[in-house]
Design a protein around this ligand. Structure first.
Ligand code: GLN
Length: 551
């Protein structure tokens, strides 16, 4: 009999009610008691991974250390659990089917008719066990994407139903996350959708042990008792998940509700007092900052802010580290293509130009960078943001008119950004970028080295293009410093402008490595620089509205 325990988290009523955050919060509480917790997100869509999905629809693609392009919930798991996920921490219908079809082609099924039950469900169950084994986990937390009632989720739900029989009821717990809406002028609390959602789950053969009820208003005892009566879930296992100021408060809320205690009792594991002191400190700092600053986040996918989820979280962590709140000013880069860019950016204390692909909004990013460079505004560029910083410098400082990236302009006279040599022969779009963690060597005493406090760093990548080495010497002569390079010096990883108070950019995605308890040093540096600038140049809104404030 296996000693690994499994917690399955499903969702009901509607999507986007924080199932991933609820699962991650429970994981945090178990980890704070010394248990090894491995997360797994199962997504019912047919894409083999999230890498080919449009950020408008799906939000951010989270990149793991080992280079998988995954669902953004993995970011929550990494941040809440302070562990590194792997490419096995996220699996989709597409990946499961691909593996089963590959086996069928190899003849592994020895002539059997290959079916959803048992072949697909076996493949899902084997994946779940593999994650437990690989990470040597005491507890595997498995989140099933989608909502109960979706046709796509059925094979996953069937697999987790069977899992209880395979692993033993004492080793398996089911958590169902639902929404408790309120209606009418007096905010009447409605439990019916939750009742129906549990009925739907029971039809499949899964009886939840715990209900996590997302709600805007506190749930009185009689409401919890009613839910308990209709759903057969013990009243103390009907846990309320109130809307909170910061998501990092949710583990503390669940701790007070006794969720970890009842989970461990259910799974027959000893309960020990958790150490949540570090977590509590971060939450206090986020909730009660002593200062504030405003940083523009310039990007292409601003309509769906989930596209920049890890960046927004990194600002929260870096804000807390500086004892300050960071207000993000979300700016669609297309907005900066015409008009008075200075007027649009005058009131911000720092500018972050984010990653991206393709031509739209590129000139707006270049305008934002030019403004930051010329006005001493703290600037950080991520990936495409770094490539844009190189283009802006080439055009406006070196004088290479029309300098560009080959991604946007194939015929540019000055391709300062071009395709990585290993990318030239690649046709497939899925999983073929330069992905995952690579080492980077920093120049001693550069801003980068001072921020990191180190000269070798590992950061995660997701790109096809790079700085063209033919232009390095020329850019350097005009004052750009290549402060981070690959160990063989073939790839530029970081640039900076020493003449500027804080102008730095990187080819990688630092936001994937920031954790509430270990904020990312470049974000911490950017927020610190923004706070200093605000101190020197306090912003007076009335003046700006009349168009007469200096920067
Ligand atoms: N489009 C650029 C490239 O592929 C940048 C990618 C990114 O910003 N993640 O290199």
């Amino acid at each position: 009999m296996s000693s690994t325990k499994y917690i399955f988290v499903t969702g009901g009523v509607v999507s986007s009610i924080g199932k991933g955050i609820a699962a991650a919060s429970l994981g945090r509480l178990l980890r704070s008691r010394g248990y090894t917790v491995a997360p797994l997100k199962m997504d019912p869509y047919i894409n083999v991974d999230a890498g080919t999905m449009n950020p408008y629809q799906h939000g951010e693609v989270f990149v793991t250390e080992d280079g998988a392009e995954t669902d953004l919930d993995l970011g929550h798991y990494e941040r809440f659990l302070d562990v590194n996920c792997t490419r096995n921490s996220n699996v989709t219908t597409g990946r499961i089917y691909k593996s089963v079809i590959d086996k069928e082609r190899r003849g592994d099924y020895l002539g059997a008719t290959v079916q959803v039950i048992p072949h697909i469900t076996d493949e899902i169950k084997e994946h779940i066990r593999r994650v437990g084994r690989e990470q040597n986990a005491d507890i595997v937390i498995v989140e099933v994407g989608g909502t109960v009632g979706d046709i796509e989720s059925l094979p996953f739900l069937e697999a987790i139903r069977q899992f209880r029989k395979d692993a033993g009821a004492e080793n398996v717990m089911y958590v169902h996350v639902t929404l408790i809406p309120t209606v009418g002028r007096w905010d009447e609390i409605k439990t019916k959708p939750t009742q129906h959602s549990v009925i739907k789950l029971r039809e499949i053969g899964i009886a939840p042990d715990v209900l996590i009820c997302r709600t805007r208003v506190p749930l009185p005892d009689e409401v919890r008792s009613k839910i308990s009566l209709f759903t057969d879930v013990a009243q103390n296992a009907v846990v309320e998940s109130l809307d909170v100021e910061t998501i990092y408060e949710i583990p503390l809320l669940f701790e007070r509700a006794g969720l970890a205690g009842l989970t461990l009792r259910r799974l027959g594991l000893p309960d020990t007092p958790p150490d949540l002191s570090e977590w509590e400190r971060v939450v206090q700092r986020i909730k009660h900052p002593s200062a504030r600053c405003r940083i523009a986040l310039v990007g292409k996918y601003i309509e769906n802010r989930d596209s920049y989820l890890s960046i927004a979280e990194s600002f929260q962590h870096a804000g807390a580290a500086n004892d300050a709140a960071v207000e993000i000013e979300w700016i669609d880069s297309s907005e900066l293509e015409q008009g008075d860019v200075a007027a649009r950016l005058r009131h911000v204390d720092g500018i972050l130009v984010a990653h991206g692909f393709g031509a739209r909004g590129v000139e707006g990013k270049l305008n934002a960078i030019r403004y930051a460079r010329e006005n001493g505004v703290p600037f950080y560029g991520i990936c495409y943001g770094m490539q844009m910083a190189v283009i802006e410098f080439a055009r406006n400082v070196v004088g290479l008119e029309g300098a560009h990236t080959e991604e946007v302009d194939h015929n540019t006279p000055y391709p300062v950004i071009h395709l990585l040599p290993e990318q030239r022969a690649i046709g497939d779009k899925g999983g073929t970028m330069r992905l995952g963690a690579y080492p980077c060597r920093l120049t001693p005493n550069s801003l980068a080295a001072r921020l990191y406090g180190d000269t070798v760093i590992y950061e995660r990548h997701r790109h096809r293009y790079e700085v063209n080495n033919e232009y390095r010497a020329l850019l350097e002569r005009h004052g750009m410093v290549f402060s981070g390079v690959s160990p063989d010096n073939r790839l530029v990883e970081m640039i900076e402008l020493p003449e500027h108070p804080f102008f730095i950019a990187g080819q990688f995605h630092p936001e994937f490595k920031s954790r509430p308890n270990r904020p990312h040093p470049v974000f911490v540096g950017l927020v610190r620089a923004a706070l200093e600038r605000r101190h020197r140049h306090p912003y007076t809104p009335a003046l700006v509205e009349h168009g007469s404030a200096g920067s």
